[in-house]
Design a protein around this ligand. Structure first.
Ligand SMILES: Cc1cc2nc3c(=O)[nH]c(=O)nc-3n(C[C@H](O)[C@H](O)[C@H](O)COP(=O)(O)OP(=O)(O)OC[C@H]3O[C@@H](n4cnc5c(N)ncnc54)[C@H](O)[C@@H]3O)c2cc1C
Length: 306
């Protein structure tokens, strides 16, 4: 079986989720080819154990994410078997475009897969788990941190393909909003604030902690709906973003089911809430019953001294 993995990049580097995709692919067996859009991370990808070949795709269209142009160039390099990508927003968009061009099904945001191609993912805001089976070619995306990463030690051949002439229209540049912080869907550590923060200005206390530990700052829907200063792009949950970081710190968030739907699969959850009966403590690995006014300055000082 051919398994084609779409490498995920983080700026100019290979995103660690790419090794997790290879790790998942190795449980299926088959020949693994990694496609590196824009050639980003081609060397690192070739060193992941279990990778047979790396196709480094060069071309103007890769200077900025554009699922239409990328899928046009990448689809001919996808093998007949399984095409696997990350369940990031761009990964899901690209997967859907490639699946439609290949005329095969797409199954998004998997949290489990076995070598009989039984695939699991959570549905209905995490209230149920769906198991499905694919009998032929398909495109799938895997949730970050849900699979063991493959180790290093490979030495796959790297083939470079220049696709500059194949795309007639492409996005040349995407300009991020001024002052925009790390996006929650990209981050391995997230600190989120809820209505309990009391005022949008108090998110500066979350920013301080985030800056020390390299975290993204997220928010509950109540915070986003209450305050114009907190944009929807920060919202975690059923109608916001689904995240799966190594560490999720929820501050002044009650833990409504719609919020949990977006973050309950995080590896470690820390909750800071003044109400000992807040439902967030039901999913937290560590809980601090205190106001954020008491807890955050101590947390900030302790982390700064590490
Ligand atoms: C269809 C639908 C979709 C939804 N989608 C989402 C979604 O995507 N994401 C989402 O988050 N919600 C979503 N919601 C809303 C959700 O039901 C909750 O209303 C929301 O999550 C509550 O946000 P919160 O926890 O910040 O606020 P609250 O529920 O008001 O909780 C505030 C918490 O802060 C604590 N607190 C107060 N002051 C302090 C203090 N000084 N220090 C520490 N703790 C303090 C309180 O004890 C309380 O637990 C959705 C709802 C619906 C109906």
């Amino acid at each position: 079986m051919d398994i084609t993995i779409i490498a995920e990049s983080n700026g100019n580097e290979l995103h660690p989720v790419t090794s997790q995709l290879v790790g998942a692919a190795s449980t299926l067996g088959g020949t693994v080819t990694v496609l590196c859009p824009g050639g980003i991370g081609e060397k690192e990808a070739s060193e992941i154990s279990g990778v047979a070949k790396v196709v480094s795709l060069k071309g103007d269209c890769f200077s900025s994410f554009d699922s239409g142009a990328w899928s046009h160039v990448m689809t001919p390099h996808c093998g007949d078997g399984i095409v696997m990508g990350s369940s990031s927003p761009s990964g899901r968009e690209l997967a859907a475009q490639i699946a439609s061009k290949m005329g095969v099904p797409v199954v998004q945001d998997l949290t489990g897969i076995d070598n009989g191609l039984m695939m699991t993912r959570s549905i209905y805001s995490g209230k149920a788990v769906e198991t499905s089976n694919a009998s032929g070619s398909c495109v799938i995306t895997l949730r970050q941190n849900a699979f063991e990463a493959a180790s290093l030690g490979g030495s796959a051949e790297v083939v470079t393909v220049d696709s500059s002439s194949e795309v007639s229209v492409a996005v040349k540049e995407a300009i991020a909003k001024a002052g925009e912080r790390l996006d929650v869907s990209e981050a391995d550590i997230i600190i989120s604030g809820g209505r309990g923060m009391g005022d949008p200005a108090n998110f500066s206390h979350l920013n301080e902690v985030a800056d020390i530990i390299g975290a993204a700052v997220g928010a509950s829907r109540a915070a986003v709906d209450s305050w114009d200063e907190i944009p929807h792009s920060m919202q975690v949950g059923q109608t916001g973003k689904t995240v799966n970081p190594s560490l999720y710190i929820a501050v002044g968030i009650s833990g409504a089911i719609q919020h949990l739907a977006g973050m309950r699969s995080s590896k470690y959850i820390v909750a800071i809430n003044k109400d000992p009966d807040a439902p967030i403590f039901g999913v937290a690995d560590y809980g601090i019953v205190a106001t954020w006014e008491e807890a955050l300055p101590s947390l900030r000082d302790e982390l700064a001294n590490l």
